[in-house]
Design a binder for this molecule. Structure first.
Ligand SMILES: Cc1cc2nc3c(=O)[nH]c(=O)nc-3n(C[C@H](O)[C@H](O)[C@H](O)COP(=O)(O)OP(=O)(O)OC[C@H]3O[C@@H](n4cnc5c(N)ncnc54)[C@H](O)[C@@H]3O)c2cc1C
Ligand code: FES
Ligand code: FES
Length: 444
């Protein structure tokens, strides 16, 4: 929690945001999830970029320009994301965090944060992604240059190459399906008539920041013939370390085995997408430009409300303080899903969503989707299938399932499980929940 926070501003333009950010002890936010997790006693101001019209995904000449505030799910839901390195981008996004995490996190924020275990960073490094930045003037830089800058500029767009000859693959090894990577790796190369050019492998969660290996000395070789030597060269160039999750030796073995398997699959035409089809997408998150003045106004379950708040307060705490105890506090660290609510129709973890960011927007809690007399189809089926025991996880599960089932065409149980892995239940063992929700999925 940022207890010293005094100001929260949502500017309308990037230039205004720079003015606000470049003076005083300010932090930028794009999605705000990583900043929401901080215990920082120096930040006095938040400059939230969600009012700055950086929420579009546009194909430019050679690049896909992803606005700083586009969430990972919004990017995943675009048709054009399929064109980045033969689907590599989608593979990475799909395995990042949970559904709610992807509704909050952004590429720009992932770069700004530069977690050592990030899945996004190795993918961007291997892709040779660039950043459009503003620090008084606009320019384009690469990721290592951004990392070396002391006063960080505003990333306005992350630029991803749209070269159709690029192929790529991503491997993530994790202990559970909603865990950070024990180790991960991205491979990208130009692929022409079976031959590779400008190949790059980046490995993250070594542990430590991702490391990139340039393999352009393999230019012109048949990929099928060099899988072993390509991966062997890469893993020898990477420094692996040990921690509680794995030893250096084991990490090296994991990367080597998984990358070889994945590259061999690429040679043989790769696998078809594991991501379920979408029924619809909708307008991206847009915050209303505003400045914190001690209160927040928004629509809650269809009714306008105005509450006093502290600038660092989470949406969860604000809702509970104002009588909405149907929103549960479980972990308070964006891990359990019990606090899930919808903001502008998208499921997010309210425990790590800054409350002021909902100013002018719409919030729905479980009370807003139905009640005992008029339950929604999701509530009804969970009740009829005895899929609830103590009930603590139920409000969050109902909210996540409501969003997920209305958005995705779910035919396989494993897709449902993947989309709802960010909602933990300590009682039911999930089986009745999964069966009941699969039934609803086929009806909706
Ligand atoms: C429970 C949990 C699980 C997760 N699992 C994964 C996972 O599996 N894989 C993975 O890769 N990540 C994972 N994450 C990390 C998550 O993806 C990051 O928190 C997120 O990517 C950060 O993006 P954001 O938009 O929320 O950043 P923000 O909180 O907005 O910002 C993060 C940092 O970047 C700076 N910043 C933000 N925007 C800009 C900008 N436009 N220009 C310059 N600097 C900026 C901020 O000042 C701050 O320092 C997980 C996080 C949680 C909490
Ligand atoms: S995810 Fe928010 S309380 Fe657990
Ligand atoms: S029913 Fe008890 S936590 Fe899920």
């Amino acid at each position: 929690m940022l207890r010293k926070l005094k100001e929260y501003v949502i500017p309308a333009t990037v230039e205004e945001a720079w003015q606000e950010y470049s003076v005083g002890k300010a932090l930028l936010i794009s999605g705000g999830l990583a900043v929401g997790l901080r215990e920082d006693s120096s930040t006095e101001k938040i400059v939230d970029l969600r009012g700055c019209s950086l929420h579009s995904v546009d194909a430019e000449d050679e690049y896909l320009a992803v606005g700083a505030t586009v969430t990972l799910n919004q990017l995943l839901e675009t048709e054009i994301s399929k064109r980045v390195a033969g689907g590599l981008l989608r593979e990475v996004l799909w395995c990042t965090g949970s559904y709610q995490i992807r509704n909050m996190a952004t590429l720009a924020g992932s770069v700004g944060q530069w977690y050592g275990w990030s899945d996004i960073i190795p993918a961007l490094l291997a892709l040779g992604a660039k950043l459009r930045i503003y620090n008084g003037e606009y320019s384009v830089i690469d990721l290592p240059t951004f990392r070396s800058m002391r006063l960080k500029p505003i990333i306005t767009h992350v630029l991803l190459p749209l070269d159709p000859s690029l192929v790529g693959t991503f491997v993530k090894i994790q202990r559970t399906s909603f865990d950070i990577a024990t180790v991960n790796a991205a491979f990208v190369a130009k692929f022409e008539d079976g031959k590779i050019y400008d190949a790059r492998i980046a490995v993250g969660a070594r542990p430590g920041p991702a490391q990139l290996v340039d393999l352009s000395h393999f230019n012109g070789k048949m990929l099928a013939e060099v899988v072993d030597s390509l991966v062997g060269t890469a893993v020898k160039s990477i420094t692996f370390g040990s921690n509680d999750a794995a030893s250096a030796w084991y990490r090296q073995r994991l990367v080597s085995a998984h990358l070889k398997r994945s590259l061999s699959s690429l040679v043989n035409g790769g696998e078809s997408s594991k991501i379920p089809e979408l029924k619809y997408t909708e307008a991206p998150f847009k915050a209303k430009p505003a400045r914190y003045e001690g209160y927040v106004e928004f629509e809650l379950n269809g009714k306008p409300v105005k509450y006093p708040l502290k600038p660092y307060q989470s949406l969860l705490d604000l809702l509970r303080e104002n009588g909405h105890s149907e929103v549960k506090k479980g972990c308070d660290t964006a891990n359990c899903g019990s606090c899930t609510v919808l903001v502008d129709g998208r499921a997010i973890y309210s425990c790590k969503f800054f409350a002021f960011a909902v100013n002018g927007r719409s919030v729905t809690t479980v009370k807003g989707v139905g009640d005992w007399l008029n339950p929604s189809s999701v509530q009804k089926i969970l009740h009829e299938a005895n899929a609830v025991q103590c009930g603590f996880c139920a409000p969050g599960l109902v909210m996540a399932a409501t969003d997920v089932l209305s958005r995705y065409r779910i035919e396989k149980q494993e897709d449902l499980q993947s989309l709802l892995k960010g909602n933990l239940c300590r009682c039911t063992g999930y089986i009745q929940q999964d069966i009941a929700l699969m039934e609803t999925a086929s009806e909706l």
